[in-house]
Design a binder for this molecule. Structure first.
Ligand SMILES: [Zn+2]
Ligand SMILES: [Zn+2]
Length: 204
């Protein structure tokens, strides 16, 4: 790990396990949200982050803003988009940080090498070229102007409901506890989602 990285980025790298372009984007998005909302990390649930992909970047959001899955103030929407919305509950405002198309576009040559590396067919020389261009990408992301990376939008918001604690019922099929709002009924018996089997959706 490069010792010249700022402390908060080093924390994100430790949390994520490696440095990569995706983490760099998430780091810049977290920093952007902090700067525009003038906020630090969330001690409890005063901040909520809504993330729209499950890529590397969300680990920087968790590490810097302390919006985490376990605290219930990280909401994941499976849209496959690098969009990060950070909401400040108390003030009822937030910021939407959407990654512009630029940072991950590859030249045709880079694309060719990338595919070879991914399929394990790259020569040592090509792997070196790939690693170098990856490092360059990380550097570009870390040094770019915020507005070159993101479309930034201030929003006022009705923040999502705080995470609640629910009663558990015991699944009558596997015997494991499940929170009430996620319980299902199968053959007239209470059960958990995995034991309920496939939804009745008639293929639509
Ligand atoms: Zn990564
Ligand atoms: Zn069950």
């Amino acid at each position: 790990m490069s010792a010249h990285y700022p402390e908060d980025l080093q924390k994100a790298i430790r949390f994520h396990g490696h440095m990569c372009p995706g983490l760099a984007i998430g780091y810049r998005a977290a920093r952007t949200a902090q700067a525009h909302l003038a906020i630090g990390p969330a001690e409890d649930e005063e901040l909520v982050a809504v993330v729209e992909s499950d890529g590397c970047g969300i680990d920087a959001i968790q590490a810097l803003l302390s919006c985490t899955m376990g605290k219930g103030n990280l909401i994941y929407r499976d849209h496959g988009k690098q969009v990060y919305t950070v909401l400040d509950r108390k003030r009822g405002l937030g910021i939407r940080v959407a990654t512009k198309p630029g940072p991950f576009q590859r030249t045709p040559e880079q694309e060719q090498i990338f595919r070879k590396v991914m399929s394990g067919e790259a020569s040592q020389e090509e792997v070196k070229i790939f690693e170098k261009s990856r490092e360059q990408k990380i550097k570009e992301i870390l040094e770019a102007e915020e507005t070159a990376l993101f479309t930034i939008e201030k929003i006022s918001c009705e923040p999502p409901e705080k995470a609640r604690i629910f009663n558990s019922i015991t699944c009558e099929f596997c015997g494991e506890p499940v929170m009430e709002p996620r319980a299902r009924v199968r053959d007239g018996k209470m059960c958990c989602i995995p034991c309920a089997g496939r939804n009745y959706d008639r293929g639509w």
